[in-house]
Design a protein around this ligand. Structure first.
Ligand code: HEM
Length: 510
């Protein structure tokens, strides 16, 4: 086996596993044990990879051998279909193929550019109401990320009543919250001791099964409502362009196919919202901490786009610094610092090391993106890394994971990030907030939460690895328009949406 910390009898390395920022702890283990390590806990072998080339050799070249993921007993009890757990079998493959038809290449996502552009302007408009020093920027980013995901997935345009949460966003957030509670500590016992699932329902202590099933019912309703709304709209001819409409319009769609579309569509919200918001917030925090980056970004925008219009995705090829900023945002704070585990379905070998059948292979994206051999001063936000005659390695690409289970949303998020970050830069000057003591407040990068990611997998529970997803804590900052003229441009641009809502369309009942 690859080297790793020596464990205790029976429990192995269970107590060595970190509960906070495990990616950074695994990176420091790497200094002692090397770029590929192993650890054991509760009868499972974990292979932790800190190096991109090794991840490619094992997970990418190993193909189908590393395409499965562990299952979740909780999800099984609830009879819940999840995209990110379980084997790479028919259902997951079919959903991945659907996503590939929608966004498998940068070209087939192009037709959604106007909608992405519209929501980027909307986000900028919302951010312009941000009050100095408040921590509301994350709220605006999350709302806008939700708005673009719901629009592209269902053709749903979120309501714009100030101070009132859109009913579909409220429903989707409740769903995420339920999944998060559903996999909360107490109930995870069943992940640690899977035999508990057979605990008879009439015995004391079996309430957890009822709770899980009840939670599932509310999740099912949340997934069903927007999907059925698209179906009804397609029947009366008012459905807007969307992923669900496109897939349901394909010929020969079966009931099974419809169920998969429903499941795939509801996964997009959970997969897209926090990741998008966190990646954009990385740029906002970087603007506070690295004013010279913002200045150079502004200078490029002013020179290439000018000051009498806002940038669009058509400007992309002429904005290399903007491109480098987006890459650096994904490298600096990877929104999923440890990719979800891949399961070795057969024994594998890497150099002289054995990777036993059933091992959980964890690629440490954070370590790869902060490797000082590839990135001098890895903790510094420096877009210039990717520019000039000797650009650094493009390890930001690892943000999307490896192999058969690599993120299928990459081509969706790529233009969304570019256009949103570029519009924010064109409109605002962002600086650190000033605290009551008159001193600048240092924004804290990343999340202090210890695990609200709805991934109640056996491995998380067993290893107390509750943080898989880092997210971003709210942070105070000052967001000021660069000029009054640019704010007027935002208002004008936002008044002309690139879609027409039919007033006779049935409303979504949630
Ligand atoms: C900044 C944005 C995003 C980042 C950094 C990101 C990153 C990742 C990573 C690292 C994985 C695990 C890959 C692995 O196991 O090796 C993943 C999986 C996944 N992502 Fe994303 N993602 C992002 C946005 C999205 C979006 C917008 C969607 C929706 C279209 C999406 C859908 C998914 C799904 C469905 C999976 C599970 C795939 C599977 O298990 O087969 N992601 N993502």
């Amino acid at each position: 086996l690859p080297p790793g910390p020596r464990g205790l009898p029976f429990v192995g390395n269970l107590f060595d596993f970190p509960t906070f920022k495990p990616w950074e702890v695994f990176a420091s283990w790497g200094e002692k044990y090397g770029p590929i390590m192993s650890a054991k806990a509760m009868g499972h072998t974990f292979i932790i990879i800190n190096d991109e080339d090794i991840a490619n050799s094992i997970v990418v070249e190993g193909g189908m051998n590393y395409a499965d993921r562990p299952t979740s007993v909780l999800f099984e009890i609830a009879n819940m279909q999840s995209f990110v757990t379980g084997p790479y079998e028919g259902r997951i493959r079919a959903m991945r193929q659907m996503i590939a038809r929608l966004m498998g290449t940068p070209t087939n996502i192009r037709k959604y550019y106007p909608i992405m552009d519209y929501h980027a302007i909307k986000m900028v408009k919302d951010l312009s109401h941000h009050k100095d020093g408040e921590t509301t920027a994350m709220v605006a980013l999350r709302k806008a990320s939700a708005a673009v995901a719901l629009h592209l997935t269902y053709g749903y345009v979120v309501k714009d009543d100030p101070g009132v949460q859109d009913p579909l966003i409220a429903l989707a957030e409740k769903m995420l919250d339920t999944i998060s509670k559903f996999s909360a500590q107490g109930k995870r016992l069943v992940e640690i001791f899977p035999l508990l699932r057979y605990w008879p329902s009439w015995m004391p202590g079996s309430g957890f099964k009822r709770d899980i099933k009840k939670s599932y019912e509310s999740i099912r309703i949340a997934c069903q409502a927007p999907f059925e709304w698209v179906v009804v709209q397609m029947q009366v001819g008012t459905a807007q362009e969307s992923f669900v409409r496109d897939l349901l319009s394909e010929e020969g769609i079966t009931n099974e196919g419809r169920a998969l579309i429903l499941s795939m569509a509801s996964s997009i919200y959970g997969a897209a919202v926090e990741t998008t918001a966190a990646a954009i917030s990385a740029y906002i925090i970087a603007s506070c901490l690295y004013p010279e980056v913002q200045e150079r970004f502004h200078a490029e925008l002013d020179r290439v786009v000018g000051t009498d219009r806002l940038p669009t995705l058509d400007d992309r090829a002429r904005l290399p610094y903007a491109e480098a900023v987006c890459k650096e945002a994904l490298r600096w704070v990877p929104t999923i610092p440890l990719a979800f585990p891949h399961l070795a379905s057969q024994e594998g070998v890497y150099n002289q090391y054995r990777i036993p059948k059933g091992s959980l292979v964890i690629t440490n994206i954070w370590a790869m993106q902060h490797d000082p051999a590839k990135h001098p001063d890895p903790m510094v936000f420096r877009p210039e890394r990717y520019l000039g005659p000797n650009p650094e390695h493009e390890s930001w690409k690892n943000a999307f994971g490896f192999g058969k289970r690599m993120c299928p949303g990459k081509n969706f998020i790529d233009p969304v990030l570019f256009i949103t970050i570029t519009k924010i830069a064109a409109v605002f000057n962002i600086t650190k907030a000033i605290g009551p003591d008159g001193k600048a407040v240092e924004p804290r990068v990343g999340s202090s939460r210890t695990g609200n990611f709805p991934y109640g997998m056996r491995f998380c529970a067993r290893l107390r690895l509750t943080v898989v997803h880092s997210g971003q804590d709210p942070f105070p900052c000052n967001i000021q328009p660069r000029s009054e003229a640019v704010l007027r441009m935002v208002s004008d641009a936002h008044s002309f949406p690139p879609f027409q809502l039919d007033p006779s369309a049935p409303s979504l009942v949630v």
